[in-house]
Design a protein around this ligand. Structure first.
Ligand code: ADP
Ligand code: ASP
Ligand code: MG
Length: 421
């Protein structure tokens, strides 16, 4: 008998029919005598609609009320799935974040899970009842309010619950049958990766592959929670139920330790992120302290700066400073720089959200030289100009004009031998 956490995303619960299909996946595990906790997202598009209504009500709104509204989508699907399971003769009960509770900090809209008090659920599971848990939601205990975990946060709910329950596996069911070498929606030749290391998945997620929320991978990595990504669209009976300690059927992707991956390539995947914005501060003094005068005020305003490029100084006295921030923070960034203009001293500020960050990721880069050089050459051959570069041990990211995003991703996918045969 195994303890299994199964998470179903928005498209997997988009209609009553789809919810019945989810119930069949759950039944398979129950029939195999497993204990099952299910985590559900809101129906596809529902959270977007809720967010749009909040914005329409007031562009600047109270974050606690934003959470009160957007957390509601998951309540619907959790109840519906519990009903679908019951009507198949499977004992099931829905649980909202506050009922468990899943305790979070007070960063409404992007809260972090502090603790999952899973005792009640654990007891119900041992009695053969399925716990259907709302993803995305938590409880902020100081003010006793509902909190949400940021977009895509149901993945994180699932991994956190799996850790709290000491589950054998956390299965993330979605609309693709695994993690691919690149987003299959824009790279038709992308291949499913049977396994990917926690480190690589973490980079892929944080660099734009939204198949898993970054925080969920972070948690899985820290607690070594075996996490699988697989399709809910597969026939429920064609999937083998989870069995403790047995071999895994080669469906989906297993996120696991690097040592468990036999065949690995230098580059495992290509990610892209469209939510970047570029800021250039023109003609700042080329002297010690200028970077601090720019990035100090931004840090104080909690604005995360990603890529930074300082141009060569033509006259030895002045230079331009270019950096990127998340596009949604561009207005705030410009405000902060305006307010700090006396301290910085510049002639003008240019900005553009018409950029994307394209990244190549692979643990093999640790032991292979020349990956970056190959990348820059291939992009140059396609006439793609690189606006900024950052690297770490297992990734290289470049900032380019948004118009070239797909061309760049496909070019690099072919360059590193990732195209399927
Ligand atoms: P869910 O609603 O189930 O949480 P998401 O839309 O959040 O689903 O995530 C699944 C989507 O992630 C896929 O449809 C795919 O377009 C996208 N995606 C981006 N990068 C990748 C990748 N490398 N591998 C698989 N899917 C990816
Ligand atoms: N429903 C939430 C969202 O759309 C959470 C999730 O799907 O993971 O962001
Ligand atoms: Mg998702």
């Amino acid at each position: 008998m195994a303890v299994v956490v199964m998470k179903f995303g928005g498209t997997s619960v988009a209609s009553i029919d789809r919810i019945r299909n989810v119930a069949r996946h759950v039944k398979r595990e129950i029939d195999a005598a497993n204990q099952v906790a299910v985590v559900v997202s809101a129906m596809a598009g529902h959270t977007n609609q809720l967010v749009a209504w909040v914005r329409e009500a007031a562009l600047l709104h109270d974050a606690r009320e934003y959470d009160a509204v957007v957390a509601s989508g998951e309540q619907v699907t959790a109840g519906l799935l519990a009903i679908a399971l019951q009507s198949m003769g499977i004992p099931a009960r829905s649980w909202q974040g506050w009922q468990i509770p899943i305790v979070t900090d007070n960063a409404h809209g992007a809260a972090r899970i502090l603790e999952v008090r899973a005792d009640d659920i654990r007891q119900r599971l041992s009695q053969g009842e399925v716990a259907v848990v709302t993803g995305f939601q938590g409880l902020e205990p100081d003010r006793n309010r509902v909190s949400t975990l940021g977009r895509g946060g149901s993945d994180t709910s699932a991994v956190a619950i799996a850790i709290a329950l000491g589950a054998d596996v956390c299965d993330i069911y979605t609309d693709v049958d695994g993690v691919y070498t690149s987003d299959p929606r824009i790279v038709p030749t992308a291949r499913r990766l049977p396994r990917i290391s926690y480190e690589e998945m973490l980079e892929m997620a944080s660099l734009g592959s939204k198949v898993l929320q970054t925080r969920s991978v972070e948690l899985a990595m820290v607690y070594r929670m075996r996490t699988r990504v697989l399709s809910s669209f597969a026939d429920a009976e064609a999937v083998q139920p989870v069995r403790s300690g047995s071999e895994w059927q080669d469906i989906g992707t297993i996120v696991c330790d690097e040592e468990e991956i036999v065949e690995s390539q230098v580059v495992s995947g290509i990610a892209y992120a469209k939510d970047e914005a570029k800021v250039t501060i023109v003609k700042v003094a080329d002297k010690p302290g200028v970077a601090a005068s720019i990035f100090g005020p931004l840090a104080e305003a909690s604005i995360n700066v990603d890529m930074i490029v300082q141009n060569l100084s033509a006259d030895g006295k002045h230079t331009d400073m270019t950096f990127t921030v998340v596009a949604s923070e561009l207005p705030k960034t410009l405000e902060v720089l305006q307010a700090a203009s006396n301290g910085i001293g510049y002639s003008e500020i240019k900005s553009s959200a018409d950029v994307v960050k394209v990244s190549v990721i692979g643990v093999g880069m640790r032991s292979h030289a020349g990956v970056a050089a190959q990348m820059f050459r291939a992009l140059a051959e396609k006439g793609i100009n690189i606006l900024a570069i950052t690297t770490s041990e297992i990734k290289i990211s470049v900032l380019i004009n948004a118009a070239y995003a797909e061309l760049a991703v496909r070019t690099l996918h072919t360059l590193y031998g990732l195209d399927k045969d």
